[in-house]
Design a protein around this ligand. Structure first.
Ligand SMILES: Cc1cc2nc3c(=O)[nH]c(=O)nc-3n(C[C@H](O)[C@H](O)[C@H](O)COP(=O)(O)OP(=O)(O)OC[C@H]3O[C@@H](n4cnc5c(N)ncnc54)[C@H](O)[C@@H]3O)c2cc1C
Length: 334
């Protein structure tokens, strides 16, 4: 059967998704199944790669690695005819209702854009920490709190969030401390009172380094020779939102620097959508996947309505009427 996208200009995609992480792949599967001409452009740095055992994603009772989840998603999208390009989009311009994307490798054109560019969690600059990322050093208690039940846990941070993190971690472990790594505490009087009330130890010294073996943290070595035996570090996140492209198109950000979207994942720029951690989502894989699906459905609807307005659906119908069986045998023709 001829597809409507066979009639389109092959140089211009109906949808380009910038970012082939969890949100982008989920959107790609929906758009592929909706028969939309879709290209995913990805620079290959999904945060999902940092998680060796995702335990909170539906359908994997034994857990699944972030890498595997990305691979399954890509295979599923490719099975629905979605194309992929390894590239990094540097800038975007608009021309005649189309977007022109300027990549490191080449340029691309699209009628609709979905930005699923994600964020980057900044690990604390303590020697030894980076090696333990995703194994014994974490950013997110919703993701990894369950994994560290009954362990000795240090929360790195000096603000209200660090205190709330420490209090929240009491559900998982009795042994929780705060390490400010030499920073002067910035928490409020109320948070200070909570530290007292819940008897949370606080270490104010700078952390010299983290001793670890096979990515498992063993102890914090503080300046001044103190060593604290711990199993896990959680850090209050310094997040870098990958919003440069959205901003260059004029999309509004919220007060935290995330791309503002409505309940259909539309940004404030017509024909531009965003999903996943670059938006004010709670940065979880299943939420990113759900947002990707929401955005894809909204884009599909939007393109469908456009095809009624500009009669491109009628042109497609003309081809069907000319080349295909359009009336079931035995049914009356209109
Ligand atoms: C250590 C760690 C552990 C985690 N564990 C869990 C967990 O157990 N469970 C859970 O639910 N979540 C977990 N997360 C969070 C999870 O990784 C994110 O929620 C998820 O990856 C967000 O999906 P996304 O599509 O928004 O972004 P990402 O998956 O990060 O994908 C964004 C993609 O966009 C690409 N990109 C960005 N800019 C460009 C550009 N200009 N051109 C082309 N491509 C571009 C990037 O290369 C990347 O591939 C964890 C995160 C970390 C850091």
């Amino acid at each position: 059967m001829i597809s409507h996208k066979d009639l389109d200009d092959p140089q211009t995609r109906e949808v380009i998704i910038i970012g082939g992480g969890i949100a982008g792949l989920s959107a790609a599967i929906y758009l592929g199944r909706a028969q939309r001409d879709t290209l995913v452009i990805d620079s290959g740095h999904s945060m999902a790669k940092w998680e060796p055992v995702v335990g909170n994603y539906l359908g994997f009772p034994e857990g699944v690695s972030g890498d595997e989840l990305l691979e399954y998603g890509r295979r599923q999208a490719e099975a629905h005819d979605v194309r992929f390009a390894e590239d990094e989009i540097r800038s975007i311009s608009s021309e005649d209702e189309e977007f022109v994307l300027h990549g490191k490798e080449r340029d691309y054109r699209a009628k609709r854009l979905l930005l699923t560019t994600g964020i980057f969690h900044l690990p604390p600059e303590i020697p030894g920490v980076k090696e333990c990322l995703g194994h014994s050093m974490f950013f997110c208690k919703d993701c990894d709190g369950f994994r560290v039940r009954e362990k000795r846990i240090a929360i790195c941070g000096a603000n209200n969030e660090a205190v709330e993190y420490a209090l929240g971690m009491l559900h998982y472990s009795a042994c929780v401390m705060i390490a400010t790594n030499g920073e002067e505490p910035r928490w409020s009087q109320q948070h200070s009172e909570w530290i007292q009330e819940y008897e949370i130890p606080v270490h104010l010294e700078r952390i010299h380094d983290v001793e670890h073996r096979d990515r498992q943290i063993l102890r914090l070595r503080m300046e001044g020779d103190r060593e604290v035996k711990i199993d896990n570090i959680f850090t209050t996140r310094g997040d870098v939102f990958h919003t440069e492209l959205a901003e260059s198109l004029g999309a509004e950000l919220d007060e935290d620097g995330q791309v503002r979207v409505d309940d259909q994942m539309r940004t404030t720029v017509p024909r531009v959508y965003a999903a996943g951690c670059v938006t004010p989502a709670n940065c979880q894989m299943i939420i990113a996947a759900g947002q990707g699906a929401t955005a894809a459905q909204a884009m599909n609807r939007d393109l469908f309505e456009e095809s009624l307005r500009n009669h491109s659906l009628r042109q497609f119908r003309d081809v069907q009427l000319r080349d295909e069986e359009t009336v079931p045998e035995g049914a009356a023709a209109v």
